[in-house]
Design a binder for this molecule. Structure first.
Ligand code: FAD
Length: 302
């Protein structure tokens, strides 16, 4: 289905959704309720993260495999090269191809000792994300997406280093970058300018984290070096004990961010769902996306 948004001047809109592999049967039920709810919106792909250091290797694989078997969605499996030899990584990649997966989100991953430690590649492993991208492409003709950091990676000395690394990943075969979440759209657009000036010509899709729990978002932003604008704190002020209002504000804030991106020319969005569907579903609805039975009615709704 092609969905066009009036607000985007009739240009097609596409979305993708990110999930994490569940740890418990309850979390699995939540995830699958969310997948079932979001599936009719026909995302371009849905991605499943890989726990730090490969800690969710089996669970990521099982979730991706279930998506292949039980849905019509195109899954993308996240993969890192932390603490694994090339052979081990290649075996995981071959397993994905055999299971029908055709898209990998290739990442270096955080240092095995944790964020803040120096990154030490496995002695027989892929030494960088660019090497991993090349390795994945050697195994089979996967579509490969990679990360990008509008506010610089926390380890990065400069934007130049980040852009060199992004360029190396694209040279190695990546065809899309997905950004770390950000709350100040100006930072995203100024990063896009830098990417373009560097001659990197793959789409750099904004990663949108709809904030429902402001305190959690602040913790996350502190870890990732994401700028938390004071107006955003203001929106959630005084609502710590008022989850109902918080939910409404969360939807308004996320819509504000997404509409501003749309008005400034963005038509592809990646949503960090945190395995919850409601807020993301509502934002997609505002973007004009509808389940197929309403597709005619929903076109150009935004
Ligand atoms: P890269 O893009 O290779 O590098 C990131 C930055 O690190 C560079 O821009 C540079 O500043 C610095 N750097 C790296 N190598 C060098 C070098 N040789 N010299 C100097 N500086 C260097 N983590 C997970 O564990 N599992 C996931 O599923 C996962 N999914 C993610 C999805 C997205 C969209 C994003 C944005 C991040 C995700 N991460 C995930 C987090 C990611 O693994 C960490 O941010 C990690 O620290 C960097 O991995 P990367 O592939 O982004 O690194």
């Amino acid at each position: 289905i092609e969905r066009r948004s009036r607000r985007a001047g009739g240009r097609p809109i596409s979305v993708s959704f990110e999930f994490f592999p569940p740890k418990t049967p309850e979390m699995e039920a939540t995830l699958w309720n969310s997948i079932t709810r979001l599936e009719p919106l026909a995302p371009k792909f849905v991605s499943v993260t890989y726990g730090a250091g490969g800690s969710t290797r089996e669970r990521t694989h099982a979730t991706v495999e279930r998506i292949v078997k039980e849905t019509r969605l195109a899954p993308a499996a996240h993969l890192t090269c932390v603490s694994a030899s090339r052979d081990e990584v290649d075996e995981v990649v071959r397993g994905y191809w055999a299971a029908g997966v055709r898209h990998i989100v290739a990442l270096r991953g955080d240092p095995p000792g944790g964020v803040g430690q120096a990154y030490e590649p496995h002695p027989q492993g892929y030494a960088s994300s660019a090497e991993l991208v090349a390795g994945v492409r050697r195994v089979a003709n996967f579509e490969v997406s990679v990360s990008a950091y509008p506010e610089k990676h926390p380890e990065s000395a400069s934007f130049e280093t980040d852009l060199d690394i992004l360029a190396a990943k694209v040279d190695a075969g990546a065809t899309r970058a997905i950004t770390q979440c950000f709350f100040d759209n100006d930072l995203y657009f100024s990063f896009l300018d830098k990417v373009q000036a560097r001659g990197i010509d793959v789409p750099v899709v904004p990663g949108i984290l709809p904030v429902t729990n402001f305190k959690q978002a602040v913790n996350f932003a502190t870890k990732t070096g994401t700028y938390m604008p004071s107006w955003l704190a203001g929106r959630f002020e005084g609502l710590d004990n008022d989850p109902e209002t918080r939910k409404l504000i969360a939807a308004a804030v996320a819509a504000e961010q997404v509409f501003d991106l749309l008005d400034r020319g963005v038509t592809e969005f990646h949503f960090y769902t945190l395995n919850r569907a409601d807020l993301v579903y509502a934002i997609c609805h505002l973007l004009g996306l509808r389940p197929p039975r309403e597709a005619g009615a929903g076109q150009a709704a935004a």
